[in-house]
Design a protein around this ligand. Structure first.
Ligand code: SAH
Length: 217
């Protein structure tokens, strides 16, 4: 059994570890501190919620490793005025972190089961600036475009064209780019007037970005 004191120590170590690994943005660290990860993992994983590892969630998907969540959020350079689109709600943890920094977050998930569970978590936690959409993230959410920031949390070999179209001028997209069954790179694309500027960062492993809404729940 974990006591309250254990939990507090766990959360302090969680933040220290993020700092040690190079996360420096104060807003990102504050958001990582604020969002209770134990709400987003399976009941049997609650005791390990603040260990720095990815974990299984329903529908064969995963909640990302906290370091990768913090890292991608930092690279995304989110400001309080921003409207952010996330593709791949999963547990909802990444969307929750984004929502503590941005003005509004729209998050798209192809499994209704995951989308519904995430929606309940956001309601429970009072995170009222997140909209969950069940659909195909490859199409984005054109009716809410343009977005200042877009974060894709599933692996893709090519940049989805619809997402580039829905990125505001000067906007930034961060995604794991590369073959889904291999190691991908975190890539940042910045929409300049006549080109997309690409920067490559750390290697990661994400579950694949799959086309279409899931047929099963
Ligand atoms: N951001 C999540 C983890 C993402 S796992 C978290 O914080 O927990 C990747 C998620 O992307 C999975 O839930 C998967 O179902 C979803 N996904 C994959 N392809 C998709 C698509 N085309 N549209 C929407 N969601 C997709």
């Amino acid at each position: 059994m974990t006591t309250l004191a254990d939990q507090r120590i766990g959360r302090m170590e969680f933040l220290l570890n993020l700092r040690r690994r190079g996360i420096t943005n104060a807003a990102v660290l504050r958001a990582m501190d604020e969002v209770p990860r134990e709400h987003f993992v399976r009941a049997e994983d609650v005791d390990a919620a603040y260990s720095d590892q990815a974990m299984p969630i329903p529908c064969g998907q995963t909640i990302s490793q906290p370091y990768v969540v913090a890292y991608m959020t930092e690279r995304l350079a989110v400001e309080p005025t921003h409207r952010v689109l996330e593709i791949g709600t999963g547990s909802g943890y990444q969307a929750a972190v984004l929502s503590r920094i941005a003005r509004a977050v729209t998050t798209v998930e192809r499994y209704r089961t995951l989308a519904d569970a995430a929606k309940i978590r956001f309601e429970t936690l009072g995170y009222a600036n997140i909209t969950v959409v069940v659909g195909d993230g490859l199409e984005g959410v054109p009716e809410k475009a343009p977005f200042d920031r877009i974060l894709v949390t599933a692996a893709t070999e090519t940049v989805p064209a619809a997402l580039v179209d829905q990125l505001a001028q000067g906007g930034v997209m961060v995604l794991p780019l590369g073959a889904p069954d291999k190691v991908q790179s975190i890539v940042r694309l910045t929409r300049a007037p006549t080109e997309l500027v690409r920067e490559d960062f750390i290697p990661v492993r994400f579950v694949p970005l799959l086309p279409g809404r899931a047929q099963e729940l």
